[in-house]
Design a protein around this ligand. Structure first.
Ligand code: SAM
Length: 210
């Protein structure tokens, strides 16, 4: 099996286990802010147990994809409890089972930290996004503060082994490499948490940018 497939399988097992044992769907102001900006046909990648489901505006039609089958079952149960009509399925962010330019909004809510191939996941998100659509992203990233970054560097091997969690990633680099235009970029928690809204320009502008 290729190395990325092996790592994806390891992450799936970790999140099957974590999803089954998690006690609550903790609130997160950043996720609420992010999801409130979704519009139209929306895809959330790595939707987990459905923590974000109540945060979306009612006029959004939500599709969620998630690697862990246990998490998908729990998210489906949560959607039923909330009376929401959403489409959820198990799948891999690195090979999205959707046609090109299908969604108005694509959301990553603390998912890129655990997706083995984050570069491909962003490229796939851009592929399924229509021109004029937006990527909404919140993630813990590499801090620009030297002391904080050193701590992240020390903790990362443990986080990776136990939770498959990368602490030093820079998703903004991938978003820019795909030719998207950044509309909002905010950092908090000593620069460890990034909020990003980026627009996919129309096809001609995109071809010039990449
Ligand atoms: C930290 S959790 C966040 C879950 C949810 N977005 C939330 O905020 O509660 C990361 C999620 O990404 C999922 N994930 C990891 N790799 C993935 C992949 N290759 N494709 C789809 N989902 C993936 C994990 O299974 C996990 O549910």
């Amino acid at each position: 099996m290729p190395a990325n497939d092996l790592e994806t399988e390891r992450i799936r097992r970790i999140y099957d286990r974590r999803s089954a044992s998690a006690r609550s769907n903790g609130r997160d102001a950043g996720c609420e802010w992010l999801c409130s900006k979704a519009d139209g046909e929306t895809l959330e990648i790595g939707i987990g147990r459905g923590r974000t489901l109540p945060f979306y505006p009612r006029n959004v039609h939500l599709t969620g994809i998630e690697l862990s089958g246990v998490a998908v079952d729990l998210a489906e149960r949560r959607a039923r409890e909330l009376g929401l009509d959403v489409t959820l399925r198990q799948g891999d962010a690195a090979a999205l089972p959707y046609p090109d330019e299908h969604f108005d909004t694509v959301v990553f809510c603390y998912a890129l930290c655990s997706i083995p191939d984050d570069r491909t996941a962003v490229a796939e998100a851009v592929r399924v996004l229509r021109p004029g659509g937006r990527i909404l992203l919140i993630e813990h990233v590499r801090s620009p503060n030297r002391l904080v970054r050193t701590i992240e560097r020390l903790i990362e091997p443990i986080a990776l082994r136990r939770m498959g969690d990368h602490l030093l990633r820079e998703p903004l680099d991938h978003v820019l490499a795909e030719g998207l235009e950044v509309e909002t970029l905010e950092r908090s928690w000593f620069g460890m948490v990034e909020r990003l809204v980026a627009l996919k320009p129309d096809s001609e502008e995109l071809a010039e940018a990449v």
